[in-house]
Design a protein around this ligand. Structure first.
Ligand code: NAD
Length: 480
């Protein structure tokens, strides 16, 4: 049984109190590791270490911090295979995805912010008799809380800018997938990150996440996860006037017009529906298709989706691996039942499967549903699994209404060769991220996040460095 440790004050240590939490292998459903069941005492130790490290770390030059972060990026790259295997085992995602997306992107997060901080600058505003300049200073100790779907990718997406900007961090990875954050702790020690600069506290949401949120010394919370937990965090942190960045749930629409590049759209739509078993916040799960092309799309899409391989995460040819946990597997299956109760027809999938070589494990066939109204529960609530709903539309106005008529507003994908229409829709769509004729194409300099129930604040590029710094204006009068 593998045993995971906390990383506090530069050392790998067990939790102070309650022992360990079970960590399951989603491909078999069996216990394979345990992670510290930390609580308020461990959060306090992590905070004390971070507070002690803050003056030293915030006092280093941007170049010095950049050099350490680049060493971490190099170490992630040189351990890519080990990290990819660990992530795939822990999360159930196909090894090919962990190898090509999760781990390279985790290294890229460190590399990007290591470079960005050396180019970060602030404004000055001149008056006739005075000059203002803005200092951008690190906040102090900050807290990060991340989910299980892209475990190392999203964990590093927060800590890299926080550290680059000179903060020290108390970080909580998801208790469902703690392994890669633990392996990163080992790499931080190897890279020579000074003790206390990053502290990783494992444990569940209430015992650790809520304690980080309400800790009076922790100045900001950067959270990615469900809208329900984001709301709980806001309820605690907002009255304390903490800076908050909340990246939450989504229910993203795909708007597919008959004039699109059909083959590119079809291939990408299969990917945007079922990548990582549909467990990416940016997956499109409400697929609106112009009625003149609906039957053609339905036939071709269902054929492609039926041909996807649900397999062991470790197999090279697996398209969809296992669902991350038993609880989530049951939740996704319950939504498939709901869809049928709401009058939906299952065109393919719709059930649990057992790929060859697996007896236990939590696998669901990629599922396509039709016949549902845009405003039924199946089409309004986040399922976050391999389940999509296809619906016809006739006019641009109609599909814009369907797309926006939902509490969420994370991302949207538009497929059309009609330039004006694409831009018109992009302007009017209620989402923080719009892709036109592509999906998941990411430039780390761009603002990332959602509106409405999907998020508050933006990550990425300068937005993240601004979030993790406090602007302070200094005004000097020239005098005679
Ligand atoms: P979750 O909200 O259940 O958990 C996220 C993290 O919050 C975990 O580390 C958890 O332990 C912690 N947590 C739980 N309760 C807490 C509390 N009361 N106080 C503080 N922390 C607490 O989400 P999840 O199930 O791990 O992840 C799936 C969700 O994440 C989906 O809703 C998905 O859309 C969302 N997500 C959003 C984005 C985005 O960028 N918007 C990206 C990835 C995932």
């Amino acid at each position: 049984m593998k045993q995971i440790s906390n990383y506090i004050n530069g050392e790998l240590v067990p939790a102070k109190g309650a022992g360990y939490l079970p960590v399951y292998d989603p491909s078999t459903g069996e216990l394979y590791a345990e992670a510290p069941a930390s609580d308020v005492k461990d959060v306090e130790l992590a905070y004390q270490a971070a507070a002690q490290a803050f003056p030293g770390w915030s006092g280093t030059s941007a170049d010095e911090r950049s050099a350490v972060l680049l060493r971490i990026a190099d170490l992630i790259e040189s351990n890519l295979e080990k990290l990819a295997q660990a992530e795939s085992l822990d999360n159930g995602k196909p090894i090919s995805l962990a190898r090509s997306v999760d781990i390279p992107r985790s290294a890229a997060n460190f590399r990007f912010f290591a470079k960005a901080i050396t180019q970060f600058s602030s404004e000055s505003h001149e008056m006739p008799d005075a000059i203002n300049y803005t200092l951008r200073q690190p906040l102090g100790v900050v807290g990060t809380i991340s989910p299980w779907n892209l475990p190392l990718y999203l964990f590093t997406w927060k800590i890299a800018p926080a550290l680059a900007a000179g903060n020290t961090v108390v970080a909580k990875p998801s208790e469902v997938t703690p392994m890669s954050a633990y392996l990163l702790s080992e790499l931080c020690i190897e890279a020579g990150l000074p003790p206390g600069v990053l502290n990783v506290v494992h444990g569940d949401g209430i015992a650790v996440g809520a304690e980080i949120t309400k800790h009076a010394g922790i100045k900001a919370i950067s959270f990615t996860g469900s809208t329900r937990v984001g709301r709980e965090i806001a309820q605690v942190a907002a009255p304390m006037f903490k800076k908050l960045s909340l990246e939450m749930g989504g229910k993203n629409p795909n708007l597919i017009f008959a004039d699109c590049d059909y083959e590119k759209m079809l291939t990408t739509t299969v990917r945007s529906s079922f990548s990582n078993q549909g467990q990416i916040c940016l997956c499109g799960s409400r697929i609106f298709v112009e009625s003149s092309m609906y039957e053609r799309f339905k036939t071709d899409f269902v054929e492609r989706v039926s041909a996807l391989t649900v397999g062991l995460p470790s197999a090279e040819d697996t398209d969809l691996g296992a669902i991350v946990s038993e609880a989530h597997y049951q939740k996704v299956l319950s939504y498939i039942d709901l869809a049928q109760q709401e009058g939906g027809s299952i065109l393919t999938g719709g059930k649990a499967v057992h790929p060859l070589g697996s007896e236990g494990g939590w696998y669901i066939a990629p599922t396509v549903i039709e016949g549902l109204s845009h405003d039924c529960r199946t089409n309004q609530e986040e399922i976050f699994g391999p389940v999509v709903s296809i619906m016809p539309f006739t006019t641009e106005e109609e599909v814009l209404h369907y797309a926006n008529d939902i509490p969420y507003g994370l991302s949207c994908t538009i497929w059309t060769e009609h330039l004006s229409r694409a831009n018109r829709l992009a302007k009017n769509i209620e989402a923080g991220i719009v892709w036109i004729n592509t999906w998941m194409l990411r430039d780390l300099r761009t603002p990332f996040g959602g509106m409405k129930y999907s998020g508050v604040g933006r990550e990425g590029g300068l937005e993240a460095l601004r979030f993790f710094t406090e602007p302070k204006n200094v005004c000097i009068q020239y005098g005679d």
